[in-house]
Design a protein around this ligand. Structure first.
Ligand code: PHE
Length: 481
């Protein structure tokens, strides 16, 4: 839809012209007078841009135009010049020939064809005889009509016979033209056109004029077609939200590997080599590669061996620790980070994928995400841990957290975290946490540090936040969610 206030160029000039009129009898002649291309203006009118500002009526009218033959005449009918002189009384052939020059025979031929004149040759004194003076008289009107058509003007009453004659001669042809008469409504007369420039042209830029003109600003609120673009899934949105929370709490994001050695998944976490979690029923072992190299830091490997053998008895083997697995928790990333830190303080989180050889049901998947977190520092306690977790879950809108003591090989004390799920009116386990044991921290080089740490289920949080019944709905192909 054209915005009348923001018109530019010819359309604007035309509107300005209209504002000075009350009625326009013929749009065609207005255009001819003011130098507008009538087809362009017709299109402008018919676009509806002037609706409510102008009323118009279409008229068709028959008009005459010059044919190609008529154009060739150069504006004067053959016969006209001679007829004029004959009517004025000149009959002497030599005189007329001298006056008309090379056009004489053309003129004479034209009149002669109508049998209006004759040439009587007496001894050397040729005289033209007028046979039909009415025909000579008719040339006056014929020429007038012809000139009017050539100029695109209207003609006098009573020109019919001239027009008929001109048409018979093949000088003019009739044409049906549509035209419009307009009534300019007060709405247009009172409209104040803005002086804004709506299009930035190269001219404006080159001349530097753009600095002075009033440029129409971009309307960033203008309605645009709705585009069905892709959106992040619920899970991705959750990850982003949670990432923001931890970043705002001053945590740095850490990452790790999907494929890990049992060493980083279990042994570095003080999990005995015969622990049930290490069974194939719980953990995915890889066929290829079957093993991964142990850390280059031999002291670390030695100390892990020692602490295992001292506490659990039996022989700790590198073979078992080297087995390649899909990591079963993101605490692998935490263990690697602690080893890197070697006693420095810090706060780290990760939101990453883990794998467990579980039977898939409504609330369990073999593949899911954990929100891992660790704080390394001094004077950290169970209260600190509960504080971090309470703060975090509150940011997501979970108010009534509950903590329940539990057991992990690598934390002491250990706490399970439960959040209230209003739709089912019950508490759902959302995570596991604790303070890392000395037996784990020592080999990693953080023996004199206190830590609090957690591993929380991302999908559980998403289920609670979006009222999802089945875990698989979160990751399935159904995009309604
Ligand atoms: N790794 C534990 C799990 O997968 C979570 C956890 C992380 C517990 C850190 C204590 C400390 O359940």
């Amino acid at each position: 839809m054209l915005d009348l206030l923001q018109l530019s160029g010819k359309q604007r000039q035309f509107v300005e012209l209209l504002q000075q009129q009350q009625t326009v009898e013929s749009l065609r002649s207005l255009c001819a007078q003011a130098g507008f291309d009538v087809n362009f203006i017709n299109g402008f009118l018919l676009s509806g841009a002037l609706n409510g500002y102008v009323q118009w009526q279409e008229h068709t009218q028959q008009t005459w135009v010059l044919t190609a033959k008529g154009e060739e005449l150069g504006g004067v009918l053959p016969g006209f010049a001679l007829a004029k002189r004959l009517l004025a009384g000149t009959r002497d052939r030599a005189t007329l020939q001298a006056e008309l020059g090379p056009d004489f025979s053309l003129n004479y031929g034209a009149l002669r064809r109508e049998q209006a004149v004759d040439l009587v040759d007496g001894e050397g004194e040729g005289q033209i005889t007028v046979l039909k003076s009415a025909v000579l008289g008719a040339y006056q009107q014929r020429q007038a009509a012809f000139a009017a058509i050539a100029a695109g003007n209207g003609f006098e009453e009573g020109a019919e016979s001239s027009l008929e004659w001109l048409q018979q001669q093949g000088y003019i042809a009739s044409r049906v033209e549509s035209d419009y008469s307009l009534t300019v409504l007060p709405a247009l007369q009172t409209l104040e056109l803005s002086d804004r420039v709506t299009a930035l042209t190269s001219e404006l830029i080159l001349s530097g004029q753009w600095r002075e003109v009033d440029l129409k600003p971009y309307d960033i609120h203008a309605e645009v077609p709705d585009v069905a673009y892709g959106r992040p899934t619920i899970l991705t949105q959750c990850i982003q939200r949670i990432r923001d929370i931890f970043l705002n709490m001053g945590f740095d994001e850490m990452s790790g590997y999907l494929v890990e050695s049992a060493f980083w998944n279990f042994d570095a976490l003080f999990t005995p080599q015969d622990h049930p979690a290490r069974e194939v029923q719980d953990t995915f072992y890889l066929a290829n590669p079957q093993t991964l190299p142990l850390p280059e830091d031999r002291t670390l490997v030695e100390q892990v061996k020692q602490v295992h053998e001292a506490n659990y008895g039996g022989e700790w083997t590198e073979a078992e620790a080297s087995r390649a697995i899909l990591r079963a928790h993101t605490t692998t990333s935490t263990a690697r980070r602690l080893h890197q830190l070697r006693g420095q303080d810090g706060k780290y989180f990760s939101i990453d994928r883990v794998f467990r050889n579980e039977t898939v049901d409504r609330t369990h998947l073999a593949e899911f995400h954990q929100i891992e977190g660790v704080v390394v520092g001094e004077l950290l306690s169970v209260r600190t841990l509960m504080g971090y977790l309470t703060y975090f879950y509150e940011r997501l809108g979970f108010q009534n957290l509950k903590f329940k003591p539990t057991y992990n090989p690598y934390t002491e004390p250990s706490l399970e975290v439960f959040a209230y799920h209003p739709p089912s009116d019950r508490y759902i386990e959302v995570g596991n946490s604790g303070l890392f044991r000395q037996e784990m921290l020592e080999p990693l080089g953080c023996g004199d540090k206190a830590t609090v740490a957690w591993g929380l289920g991302l999908e559980r949080i998403a289920m609670l936040l979006y009222d999802v019944e089945k875990l698989s709905d979160l990751i399935g192909p159904d995009i309604r969610l």
